[in-house]
Each structure stands twice: as C-alpha cells, then as structure tokens.
Design a protein around this ligand. Structure first.
Ligand code: NDP
Length: 296
C-alpha cells in the first residue's frame, strides 16, 4: 500500500496561523509585540535567502523583525556587543545568529553569549540541558517540527519504537530527547552503528538526519512505519539539479505507512517552529500563558 504523504507545507502554515493568533492576542490583551532579531555575518548568498525568508515570515505573523547585517570581518568583540545589546532589549524576545559564520568566529561562543531565554534556535548548552532533564526549554526548531508532524499523524507516540539516524547537536540528539519525552523506546544510530538495516527495520518511527542522499532504501523500513526525512541534499540527476532527502522516497513510500517528502516535508516546519519558539519565549518573558501545541 502506498504511504500517506505528510504535508509539511500545509502543517507549517497551520503552525504559523496559530502563532499569528497568539501574537495578535498578546498585542490586544497585553500591549506586547513579540520580536525576533536575526544576525547575519558576511554575504553568503544561501544565508541571505534564509534570513530574508525568516524576516518575511516573522512580519507575516505580526511580530517585529530586527535584522542586523554585519561585515564578514566583524570582530568577535563587536558581534558580542550586538548580542549583549539584543539580550538587554525588552522588545527582542528571540535572537538567532545565522550559521555558518566566517572561520575567525566561534559558533559555540556566539550561542553561549545569547541569553538562554532568547535562544530561539534552542542551541545553547542551557536549553539542551533543560530538554535532557525534562525541564521547560527552547527546543531546536527542526526536531521540534518533526515532533509536531509525528504527533499530528500518530496521536500518542507512547511505547513506539523510534530510531533516529544521526546524532548531531542540531537535530539527532534533541530529536531523541523529544521522542523519549513522549515515551518512545529510542535508538540512536550513527556512522558507527552495526547493521543499520536491522536497527531501522525494528522501528515504528524512523527519523533520518544524516546528510547522505537517499541513503535509506525502502527494504530497510518496517511495513507501515512512519518515516520523517530531515535530509536536504542537492544532487544532479539526468542533467537536472534536484533536492532529495536521506531516504529513497520512491521505495520508502511503497512500504511505509506515512512519509515526509523532500521538499515540502520537514523543511517548512523549521521556520514555523522558529516563530513558535519566539512567541513562546515572549510569553515566558512576561509570565503569560503559553500558546498550546507550539512546544513539546
Ligand atoms: P551532521 O552532519 O551534523 O550529522 C550527520 C549525522 O549522520 C552524524 O551523526 C553522522 O554520524 C551520521 N551519519 C553519517 N553517515 C552515516 C551513515 N553512513 N550511517 C549512519 N549515520 C551516518 O548533519 P545535521 O544533523 O546537521 O543534518 C542532517 C541532515 O539534515 C542534512 O541533510 C541537513 O542538510 C539536514 N537538515 C535539514 C534541516 C531542515 O530544516 N529540514 C535543518 C537541519 C539539517 P557520526 O556522528 O558518527 O559522524
């Protein structure tokens, strides 16, 4: 039976709608406008596109967008001075620095400089630690988006066997923590995992976050499993440029119960969750009730 195709684009639109409703309520009832600040260092064209998209979607949900473009040779001192200013600014509820940054800057140090209460990318040690210890955290946007898609598709995840392929701090590790939080039995696989086919074949939920085009074939997947493909890989096929995921969509969709496409699956959820995190951070900053369904 052909798998259900999980429409991440439509679901992301519904998340943005919820965010917009809550942003409007905060304005009306509390006179507060949620605000997101984005820092871009240098002129990487792909990063410029991401930042433009983030700014556009931020404004569309009614939030304030503050864009800070810094030259590629900006010193760490100058960048930190800007982060400190944004940390202290009550109009700014979320701060993110677009990565990668030029080599002379240290991404970890930048993340560490951002106030954890405004770390809407959920990358800081404080937020990772809070997530791991079951406390309220700001959660890395891509895994949060995957969790939302899974809950929407499956309802309760309790007791399901989940395999996360990939153990990055950005995706794999927080994803595994979120699934554990929802009472899945979680296996984390990586490049040293023995017999990945067998490990994946046990899973009711497979999250592929590897960065290798179409690495997971359909015959690895348990019949009826739910497959979330985080991968974004640019390849050339038949003389054409194409975007593909980490799973082989054609064979996987013939076996899985549900699967996310690439593009149009996890990708659109990432910015939607960034906006969700910003409104959550804004509510927490003001001690107000958080919107339901926009965090873990
Ligand atoms: P990383 O490169 O940081 O991590 C990749 C992980 O995959 C590592 O843990 C690595 O294992 C593991 N891995 C590599 N090769 C194999 C293999 N042959 N078998 C099993 N595991 C393997 O990548 P990210 O987590 O940052 O991103 C993963 C993918 O998700 C990329 O395609 C990226 O573009 C995409 N992505 C998409 C986003 C979205 O918005 N949709 C957002 C973020 C990422 P080891 O640790 O042992 O080296």
């Amino acid at each position: 039976m052909a798998a259900d195709i999980i429409d991440g684009k439509a679901f992301a639109a519904s998340v943005r709608e919820k965010v917009a409703e809550h942003v409007a309520r905060l304005k009306e009832e509390n006179g507060i406008t949620a605000g997101l600040a984005v820092i871009l260092v240098g002129e990487d064209p792909a990063s410029e596109v991401y930042v433009r998209n983030k700014g556009k979607q931020t404004l569309e949900v009614g939030m304030n967008s503050f864009e800070h473009k810094l030259p590629a040779d900006v010193s760490e001192e100058e960048l930190f001075a800007l982060v400190d200013k944004l940390n202290a600014d009550p109009a700014v509820h979320g701060i993110l620095c677009q990565f990668p940054v030029p080599d002379h800057l240290d991404e970890r140090a930048i993340v560490a400089r951002i106030d954890p209460a405004k770390d809407v990318d959920g990358l800081s040690v404080v937020n990772a630690g809070r997530l791991a210890s079951g406390q309220k955290a700001l959660i890395s946007c891509t895994p949060l988006g995957c969790l939302m898609l899974l809950r929407d598709k499956l309802g309760s995840l309790s007791g399901l066997d989940a395999v996360v392929i990939g153990r990055s701090n950005l995706v794999g590790k927080p994803m595994a923590q979120l699934l554990l939080g929802d009472s899945c039995t979680v296996t984390m696989a990586h490049s040293r995992t023995k017999d990945l086919k067998e490990v994946v074949g046990r899973a009711d939920i497979v999250i592929a976050a590897v960065g290798r085009p179409e690495m997971v074939p359909g015959d690895w997947i348990k019949e009826g499993a739910t497959v979330i493909d985080v991968g974004i890989n640019r390849i050339e096929r038949d003389g054409k440029r194409k975007l593909v995921g980490d799973v082989d969509f054609a064979s996987v969709s013939a076996r899985a119960g549900a699967v996310t496409p690439v593009p149009g699956g996890v990708g659109p959820m990432t910015i939607a969750c960034l906006l969700a995190n910003t409104v959550t951070a804004c509510c927490r900053a003001h001690g107000l009730a958080e919107p339901e369904g926009l965090t873990a």
